[in-house]
Ligand binder design. Sequence first.
Ligand SMILES: Cc1ncc(COP(=O)(O)O)c(C=O)c1O
Length: 406
Amino acid sequence: VPNGKSVVASPGLFDLDAALAEALDHRRHDGLLRRRRTVKPIDAVHVKIDSRVLVNFASNDYLGLTHHPRVLAALRSAGAAGSGAAGLITGHTDAHARAEAAIAAWKNAEAAVLLPSGYQANLAAVQTIAAVAGNNRGTRARFLIDKLAHASLIDAVRQTGMPMRVFPHNGIAKLARLLESSEPGTANIVVTESIFSMDGDAADLPSLAELRRRFGFILMLDEAHASGVYGPRGSGYAAEIGLNDIADISVVTLSKGIGLAGGAIVGSQRLCDVVVNFGRAYIYSTAIAPALATAVVTALDVLRDEPQRQQRLRALSTRVRSRLASSGWAIPRGDSPIIPVVLGTEKAALDAADTLEAQDLLCVAVRPPTVRAGSSRLRITLSCEHTDEQIERLLAALDALRRDSK
Ligand SMILES: Cc1ncc(COP(=O)(O)O)c(C=O)c1O
């Protein structure tokens, strides 16, 4: 026991305080202790921490919408601060109905349901599928999930208690074997992200579409990091590559490229009707704030009116990726604004983050359990609001880091 105290002080008496201290000691000992820093946002790409202004390369505000004047004005225009009740009571206001219709139209789908967070959207989506495909209806069903899927997807699947198999990241051959060997009559539910949150790479959707034609599984696709960034009007990666109909159930987060907070489940009208009947994470939670629902509609309008945001972001990403590769960093292919600079150990990642911060560049070290052991990294994220000068400063700092680490 790190602090020398026994957690179970006497039979039947659990020493909560000692257990809390022990948990923190373990994290500290492993170099994995997390601490929040109090940040003052200045604009889409600057934050102040401890009276120092840093250029932010750690936010998911890819399109700079957190500070967009039209989005801010929409937030202020909402008639009520909170919804006051869950959607099935009196929380589903006209602002929510308008936002759901706008999200459905944006995603070229029949319907959408708004949730207070992306995490909850994933939870409710999985609960919905489990309710209709689960063992409780006498059907055999199991989840097949990509190894790098976000914690919210893993948590959601785990809490159903239904069988789950993990396939290697984008491991189409393994997934095909799992589907082939599936007992007849089993409903397979494949769960994946379109753009992966920590690696910034894309799911192999064309191969998934092919497998889906052969095996007929249910596909749940989390478009958290593709929304706003890919596709017409930022409607997602599936739309970008012409596979808009690939997913039976799509999840978008409003907290990243859309610059707000919240999430949405998108699909058929019937699916959404089932979400409001069986998605416990929807039913038992107060509806997302009307101000956010109002601002979502405006944020989607901005994506339509200002396509240059998406274009600049993708061009910046291509530029940064190719310059980092020429400096010798191993950078995965693609043009998403999430660029992993893998350093290996927790210490190497933390030291690198400190080195950059000393130059007023904020790049956060991502460590296990968020990423696998030995792959601690700087997760660099770009915004269309970053200036060329800021990008050059980042590249120069990473170039120097690379030379020093040799
Ligand atoms: C892939 C993915 N899905 C879902 C979520 C959860 O979204 P939110 O932050 O809106 O709860 C996140 C963000 O953390 C994510 O990266």
